[in-house]
Design a protein around this ligand. Sequence first.
Ligand code: WT7
Length: 634
Amino acid sequence: MQRINTIEEYQKEYKHSVENPEAFWAEQAEQFTWQKKWDTVLEWNFDEPNIKWFVGGQLNITENCLDRHLKERGEQTAILWEPNDPNEPARKISYKELHTDVCRFANVLKNNGAKKGDRICIYMPMVPELAIAVLACARIGAIHSVVFGGFSFKSLSDRIHDATCNIVVTADGGFRGAKDIPLKSVVDEALETSPSVKKVIVLKRTNTNVTMKSGRDAWWHDEIALLGGRGEDCPAEIMDAEDPLFILYTSGSTGKPKGVVHTTAGYMVYVDYTFRNVFQYNNGEVFWCTADVGWITGHSYLVYGPLLAGATTVMFEGIPTYPDAGRFWSVIDKHKVNIFYTAPTAIRSLEAMGLDFVKPYKLDSLRVLGTVGEPINVEAWNWYHENIGKKNCPIVDTYWQTETGGIVISPLAGITKTKPGFATLPLPGIQPALMDESGKELIGNNVDGRLCFKFPWPGIIRTTYGNHKRCKETYFDIYKGYYFTGDGCRRDEDGYYRITGRVDDVIKVSGHLLGTAEIENAINQHPDIVESAVVGFPHDIKGWGIYTFVICDHERKDTDNLKKEIIDTVTKYMGPIAKPDKIQIVKGLPKTRSGKIMRRILRKIAENDLENLGDTSTLLDPSVVEEIKIGAIK
Ligand code: WT7
């Protein structure tokens, strides 16, 4: 397995990947176990779009994550699990054990009627069984749709419904810091409006009381016991290269989340390649990605990437501040973590807690640090570099998206010269383009534009589940012949890329992508609210905070109660990650004559930039702006 070792090698490999992408990716794909090699490396057009990699190839990704490693590293730890409670023992699951566990649970799924192509929803806490369930789906060719355990019943039921899942895998509850999250009862509520689901398999984790619906619900351990000794063998289903591997929902500008579809072979080749090269992974190293498996980062760099590369991957059930704000650092020392990959928002919040939480720990096992999910500010970058990396660890600021499947712009650890705040250079196979507002590609350096890609890579989104038109319209129609990311970006005098943030109606709150329309839909569930508008505002820790303007259908004098009710409503329907930080009650919203809310104006108000609201003359009723300005929350 070769890897890039110097900047010259990167340049050479990059050039090769652009001049001859098919030969380049075929070379990367050679090392895997294929049931049948591909006939054609790539077929594509960005107009429909129609993107197919390794056409005609047949394989199963779990053979590549598990079976392929058994001979060489069967006894090596595959998953190193650290529980929420530091007094509970950690679990080490070897490649051999993981293989057995995955086969057993795959047989459980089959016994519950699962077949190739079925959609299975996984709504679980961060325990090894979550990774086992994901891999068990892939083993039998069922399409997994993992929903983050922090989402509430409405978000869950929308996602189950959109993918017409027939099975849900969940747990009685999950531990997060001092809290127990009642996952099963959220599932029960979601299933009241999800008739497609026939079976629910429930892991026992918190011993929370749950109601089990007879005929529908079964305990994970009972189902395993039913297999007797016979469950250990489960031949991997043979999949076509372009068979869907998973659906993962991501927020968009409309209220309905998009089910991003990734397929088998291209995703596999891409996450393996990027994992090994970006982090410069060496055999035997311990890799820790702190993301939840409910997000793409957890899919690609907690489960699939590390397992494909035969790494030891750390999975952490808890939160960075429990039992105190030194938890990350204590886990790094405890498990001698070599590569640590987290979000800027976590770094900023731990920085704010002070160095006393860092000082007790040696952190001398660390070799590489990474960040993902949002731009990292220079101050947080320096803090991370000095206090966690002890100025010895390169930082990889990795830019990518749910839709890109894996990292697309990033330094290679220790190889690419870094610049705080810059994701630096495109990985081999990635051809960025910056576009101006008129749709012209900006050539040369020192330019600001909208970030697109002009050639496919194996990990790129294939479709949005059940609605190909939406995929085309969102990503491929805006700039003809290009994939559009939705991000603003600068290319500086050195050709380095710096992501400047979203240019559409989604906001990054603590690294989570949230659609403003989805939050508005949740707020509007409150019986007194007739209309709402959500925008982001810069927030020191979270990156962006949520500012909401709401219109009530009658005057509520008890505004504090009303605000609390709104927050509870959002938590109930969508989840605590979408809780508004600021709520302003208004009489009207700035609308154009055609009834469209002018968010540009609301954003300025939320950012407290009241003097530069721009042209308001096209508004239906410009006087509402004055009223909103007076009540603006600082
Ligand atoms: C959006 C995608 C990438 C996996 C986790 C998030 C922002 C991501 C960076 C970075 C600046 C970043 C972009 C992107 N983003 N990484 N290193 N620097 N911005 O996946 O939830 O699909 O979010 O996250 O705005 O479009 P996601």
